[in-house]
Design a protein around this ligand. Structure first.
Ligand code: GLA
Length: 379
């Protein structure tokens, strides 16, 4: 049974009637533009066909009652009396808190939450839950779905309530993506364009099955190094430094900070080049940019682990693969490959065998269509 059916049936069992509303918000895979979002730069994620779902009905008061299918527990709270706690419901409370703060008149609801975005794999399961919750609030409260505004609400919930210092990419991808397209996003202005994926390729998400703790502290350290580099150049963010300016002054920077900045500055350019390649339907160039991005994340930004390097190398060795790279924050989780559509199945069996041989680990591969962003779904 799909997740859609599960949340509908779960709702019927708990609340004794059909849900009035059904919402869905997807996870994402980033095609290129890694660790650029918090540098006011460019990213090119796409929504995947794995999502968080909520079946719900509006309430007359400002209370919420939500059952999680994954955790098999109910959480209840009042929108007028929010307190921090622990666990899955904090993402929803955080969104509620930010909606209150934005003075949107939100109403309460009863709902059942389910999903199939794996946790901790770098596919933004938390952004999916945040955007599903925001979509639910919008539906019961009657305010418009403005993707960029809702993504900012989700990001603030994550930053201020959950305590994760993420950028805007994941929530924007979940809120604003369009089926069949990648989302080319300027993380400074939040302007975006939908860019169609070349027809002859599929996007293969490759989960190394490794997870690393302490990602937060390493992530915050990278952010601080990027800020130090921007300060050195006297600009608000590394987005404002051209490659020429960087080359002219790079020797004055400490080696580590220099390499962090070089990754961000070259990666921003790779996103622009990738968008041009996609528009020209040039999968060769696009794949080549994936490979360069991975090398830069491995050598300059240093956010890969052994498993990510092994799975990317295993993918790159297959003739059907145009290019591959780690995706998301790094240190474990997933990589992404651009693969000839006709040969995708053969690619998966060869690359997974090779990865197993080198790492001794079992990977999970998903061929992912570019899915639609957060929305209401007919039952
Ligand atoms: C995580 C964060 C994003 C982004 C990526 C790295 O997914 O949530 O905001 O910074 O890492 O590109």
């Amino acid at each position: 049974m799909g997740v859609k059916q599960k949340v509908i049936e779960g709702f019927q069992k708990i609340f004794g009637e059909k849900p009035a509303i059904l919402v869905r918000a997807p996870g994402r895979v980033n095609l290129i533009g890694e660790h650029t979002d918090y540098n006011d730069g460019f990213v090119l994620p796409m929504a995947i066909n794995r999502a968080a779902w909520i079946a719900l009905r509006p309430r007359d008061d400002r209370r919420l009652q939500i059952y999680s299918l994954d955790y098999q527990e109910t959480a209840e709270f009042s929108l007028d009396d929010l307190h921090k706690g622990e666990g899955w419901v904090e993402y929803i409370k955080g969104v509620a808190n930010e909606l209150n703060f934005a003075r949107l008149q939100v109403k309460g609801w009863d709902g059942v939450l389910g999903g199939d975005v794996p946790n901790g794999a770098g596919l933004s399961s938390s952004a999916a839950v945040e955007m599903a919750a925001a979509r639910a609030f919008a539906a019961v409260s009657g305010f418009n779905w403005e993707p960029a505004r809702m993504a900012q609400i989700g990001q603030r919930a994550e930053n201020h309530w959950v305590g994760v210092n993420c950028g805007i990419m994941d929530q924007m991808a979940s809120a604003a993506a369009q089926a069949g397209h990648a989302l080319f996003l300027d993380c400074r202005s939040l302007e975006y364009e939908q860019v169609p994926l070349p027809n002859e390729v599929v996007v293969v998400v490759m989960d190394t099955s490794t997870r690393r703790g302490l990602v937060d502290s390493a992530y915050n350290e990278r952010r601080a190094q990027c800020e130090a580099a921007a300060n050195f150049f006297g600009v608000p963010a590394l987005r404002d430094v051209s490659l020429e300016e960087f080359q002219a002054k790079r020797d004055e920077l400490k080696n580590t900070v220099m390499r962090r900045a070089r990754h961000v500055i070259t990666e921003n350019q790779r996103v622009l080049d990738a968008v041009a390649a996609m528009r020209a339907g040039d999968s060769q160039i696009l794949g080549h940019l994936f490979n360069e991005s991975h090398a830069s994340l491995r050598d300059d930004f240093e956010v890969t682990n052994e498993a990510l390097n092994q799975i990317v190398a295993a993918a790159q060795r297959q003739s059907a693969c145009y290019g591959a790279r780690m995706t998301g924050a790094g240190f474990g989780g997933c990589a992404v490959a651009l693969v000839e559509r006709e040969k995708a199945d053969a690619f998966i069996s060869a690359a997974s065998k090779e990865y197993r041989r080198h790492s001794g680990l079992e990977a999970l591969f998903y061929i992912s269509q570019a899915a639609e962003g957060a929305g209401l779904v007919a039952q």
